[in-house]
Design a protein around this ligand. Structure first.
Ligand SMILES: Nc1ncnc2c1ncn2[C@@H]1O[C@H](COP(=O)(O)OP(=O)(O)OP(=O)(O)O)[C@@H](O)[C@H]1O
Ligand SMILES: [Mg+2]
Length: 440
């Protein structure tokens, strides 16, 4: 609930302009009145003409013969006409601003609360300031609540982007799995056909053996079986059949291994436990991201891997995978026609580095400052959300690292991720955005 000026208005008795000062002093300074710094002087219509303060009365009465000299004169001769007045509908903040700019020091008067200029009550300046302070602290609470809501909606955004990239990835991987799955299925069908032929041959051979073993069997029977077998062997050469089946088995197990590799990559990649940290080699993350992105990278893009001998670091592998996948996808998307995508890893005594460099179209200098901003994208609607780099930046920052970028229009772009060998205990809040151009 908003504090209201009306709630601050105390019902202090008012005086008429003709009331004598002596009488006013007696009543106002007397004990029967609620303590107030000033008393209103109000005309017959209730309109506030001014105030007389306790401070003024004391001042007059302390003077030698003050009471005798001034006591019989009307209070209107002494009142302050430019007193502090606040209309009842004015918001507390506005009233507080008015009072603090108009009040006199030392504080010797209260403010008069009016309704359309008519007297309503007297408000203490200190109560108004206290109400204001309360309102401000309520505002601060609301602000911090709004901040929390914003943060959580940002987290949701990050989550939905993650799900979207996961969806894209799954579609890519499904496509990847489909190729080996297709030929594994073909091979199995062929093998079914081959084994049916083999069974037929076997059945004929069995019949021949039975005929040979039958004591009542005749040469005619045996000859009949033999010719049936010969007829079939013209169509089905067992030697060739076995060698074909051998090849089919080899191809099939290769296809199954490929499917297995993809499934394993996907499992590693999409581990949903984001906070999960492991000691991992960034080389594994690079290989994983390239495996998953294979579908997105056109065949005309030559991939150059220069993976150095780097130590493992403690990180959340699924998050690092996500960053690398985004960098690799961005690089692949920037290349129109043929080009190169080089991924390099190396380490020094303090950090590990991953560089993702492409020979794509590059980033215009005026865009370079914005690429880490959420929703900044130069891709058509529906193709890019513009969240990839902003999320990547957050992930790397949470790992206490940095992302550097250098780009030249028409030549290409290079992103370098720097991750500390030892992740700081607390999440690092140091600025990690570094869009300075560097030679590449
Ligand atoms: N390697 C790159 N080459 C050229 N431009 C790039 C490269 N990487 C990023 N950009 C530019 O930065 C913008 C922002 O990239 P970001 O990954 O944040 O979003 P996006 O790729 O557009 O969308 P999303 O990642 O959601 O698919 C891109 O739209 C593009 O203009
Ligand atoms: Mg992207």
């Amino acid at each position: 609930m908003q504090a209201d000026i009306r709630a601050l208005a105390r019902d202090i008795p008012f005086f008429s302009p003709d009331d004598r000062l002596g009488e006013v002093a007696e009543r106002f300074l007397g004990t029967d009145l609620q303590p107030a710094l000033s008393a209103p002087v109000v005309d017959a219509d209730g309109v506030v003409l001014g105030t007389i303060s306790r401070y003024q009365l004391n001042d007059i009465y302390l003077k030698k013969f003050g009471r005798d000299l001034y006591g019989a004169r009307p209070v209107s001769d002494f009142m302050t006409t430019d007193c502090l007045r606040v209309e009842v509908g004015v918001p507390v903040a506005e009233a507080a601003q008015y009072i603090t700019t108009h009040m006199r020091f030392p504080l010797s008067e209260d403010f008069i609360v009016c309704e359309n200029g008519r007297y309503l009550g007297v408000g203490a300046v200190l109560s108004l300031l206290a109400a204001m302070e309360q309102q401000m602290s309520r505002g601060a609470v609301e602000l911090s609540q709004a901040y929390r809501t914003l943060k959580s909606s940002q987290a949701q955004l990050v989550q939905s982007e993650k799900m979207a990239s996961l969806g894209q990835m799954v579609a890519g991987v499904a496509h990847e799995i489909n190729t080996p799955l297709g030929y594994v299925r073909n091979n199995v069908e062929l093998m079914q056909e081959f084994s049916a032929q083999l069974r037929e041959l076997l059945t004929l051979n069995n019949a021949l053996v039975q005929a040979l073993l039958d004591p009542d069997g005749t040469d005619v029977d045996v000859a009949r079986h033999l010719s049936a077998i010969e007829d079939l062997r013209v169509l089905v050469d067992p030697e060739l059949l076995f060698s074909d089946m051998q090849t089919l088995f080899g191809d099939t197990s290769f296809g199954l291994a490929q499917i297995g590799e993809l499934v394993l990559g996907l499992k590693d990649f999409s581990r949903l436990d984001q906070s999960h940290t492991d000691n991992v080699s960034l080389n594994d993350c690079v290989n994983n991201a390239l495996l998953i992105a294979r579908n997105a990278i056109k065949s005309k893009v030559e991939i150059i891997r220069q993976l150095g001998d780097i130590p493992k670091i403690a990180c959340a592998p699924s998050q690092i995978n996500q960053v690398l996948l985004n960098l690799v996808t961005n690089a692949a998307q920037s290349i129109k026609g043929s080009g190169k995508l080089a991924i390099k890893t190396w380490a020094d005594t303090g950090n590990v580095y991953v560089s993702v460099q492409d020979t794509g179209k590059g980033i215009a200098p005026e865009h370079l400052k914005k690429i880490f901003d959420p929703f900044f994208t130069t891709k058509p609607v529906g193709e890019g959300t513009g969240l990839g780099l902003s999320i990547s930046w957050q992930i790397i920052q949470q790992h206490g690292g940095r992302i550097r970028v250098a780009s030249e229009v028409g030549r290409g772009t290079r992103f370098v991720i720097v991750l500390p060998l030892k992740m700081p205990v607390a999440a690092v809040s140091a600025p990690a955005k570094d869009t300075a151009m560097e030679a590449h």
